[in-house]
Design a protein around this ligand. Structure first.
Ligand code: UD1
Ligand code: UDP
Length: 358
């Protein structure tokens, strides 16, 4: 039996092709949700829209300090794994849920498969960097999205035989859902194709720091004014909370909206003139959708996007954000998506079956 452990918005989206694959192949599996994300628009909306079965377990771990949150998940996951005795646990990405899932399973001698293994920003101030490194080193099977991720894992001493280059399941998710995206959403929002900027920002190191967060807002405002188009920002609950805490009051060109469901988000992303983001998944999706991206960070664990030319790292200096937007918009958009052809879940499913048959 396979245990799919997930807990946050990007994990639900990126695991959804894996769950569909388990259903298609009639594999025996169950979903364990840690409850790291719990608001309707960060969690349930994706289960409904992507037609995913309800999780068999939800640990309701909720929000908290890193240790507190991870600790709750670790002890909850351990109990479920002891009861269910799966032969393999699958985790995806770099959140606290992933760390807890990989660690709990490894200590119980249950095989761990890490989907999206081998990403490195080389910035240990990011909680995600710690999570992804530890998860990779606890894992028995590492599903690397690109050859580059595989190389990074080999350099860290991980055995070649454990690593499989599969592509990233985000490509599967985009291909499967883009065609379902409602066509009148932009109209409803009062937006015209290629006449607005899409913004997402939620990284702890950006939005928990008032100066960095304010710089980001200033940069967005300047880009929006220079291009003469509005900026739309479906705001992550962490960022909303921080804005309120810092007493930020925006006027002008930045339109804050609630987090979107996946189909509407894909629609607004595909139609954007430019994406400004600090999200990992959004850097990948912009690359896949052919939309120019400026990343509001100094580094990225998705350097493939920078190499193919779909993304520029700007950091948070407003002048550099504006300059990066100019450079990105001047580029030819015919880059090639480096994350695979949308068959990652199928490949991972085949490998998992092979492992189970051993
Ligand atoms: C987490 C991940 C991050 C990932 C992001 C995806 C870690 C360390 N961080 O960050 O890597 O990019 O998810 O979106 O695992 N909140 C709600 N409703 C929710 C969830 C959160 O209101 O459903 C608010 C709470 O105020 C909470 C804050 O957001 O304190 C942060 O949530 P948390 O899960 O700790 O981290 P994220 O910033 O969401
Ligand atoms: N996303 C969404 N609605 C939104 C913002 C993002 O559905 O309002 C999706 C987006 O398409 C991508 C994923 O959420 O697939 C990215 O998640 P997030 O930025 O929260 O986390 P990260 O990828 O940085 O870990």
């Amino acid at each position: 039996m396979i245990s799919i452990i997930l807990g946050t918005r990007p994990e639900i989206i990126k695991m959804s092709p894996m769950i569909s694959e388990c259903q298609r192949q009639r594999m025996d599996y169950f979903i364990l949700h840690t409850g790291q994300h719990y608001s309707y628009n960060m969690d349930k909306v994706f289960f409904e829209q992507l037609e995913l079965p309800e999780a068999k377990y939800n640990l309701d771990a909720g929000s908290g300090m890193h240790g507190e949150q991870t600790g709750k998940m670790l002890s909850g996951i351990e109990k479920v794994l002891i009861k269910e005795k799966p032969d393999i646990v699958l985790v995806q990405g770099d959140t606290n849920t992933v760390l807890a899932g990989a660690l709990a399973a490894a200590k119980l001698h249950i095989k761990v498969g890490h989907v999206e293994a081998g990403l490195r920003s080389f910035d240990r101030r990011m909680p995600e960097e710690i999570n992804r490194m530890l998860a990779d080193h606890c894992s028995d099977y590492l599903f690397a999205p690109t050859g580059r991720s595989k190389e990074l894992l080999l350099k860290e001493g991980i055995d070649d035989a454990k690593i499989f280059v599969t592509g990233n399941t985000i490509v599967d998710a985009v291909f499967q859902n883009l065609k379902l995206a409602k066509s009148d959403f932009l109209n409803e929002m009062g937006l015209k194709e290629k006449e607005y900027i899409l913004v997402t920002a939620h990284r702890e190191e950006n939005v928990d720091d008032p100066d960095r967060f304010m710089n980001i807002f200033n940069g967005i405002d300047m880009v929006s004014k220079e291009l003469g188009v509005p900026a739309v920002y479906p705001i992550h609950p962490r960022s909303r909370k921080m804005m309120e805490k810092f007493g930020f009051n925006l006027d002008g060109n930045i339109k804050l909206i609630e987090p979107l469901d996946y189909l509407n988000f894909l629609k607004i992303e595909a139609g954007a003139k430019l994406v400004l983001t600090d999200s990992g998944g959004v850097q990948e999706e912009a690359c896949i959708l052919g939309v120019p991206c400026v990343t509001l960070r100094d580094n990225t664990e998705r350097p493939e996007t920078v190499e193919v030319g779909s993304n520029i790292l700007a950091g948070i200096d407003p002048d550099i954000i504006v300059e990066s937007a100019r450079r990105m918009l001047a580029r030819d958009k015919s880059w090639k998506n480096p994350f695979g052809e949308g068959k990652a879940a199928e490949k991972i499913g085949r490998i998992v079956k092979m492992i189970q048959a051993r």
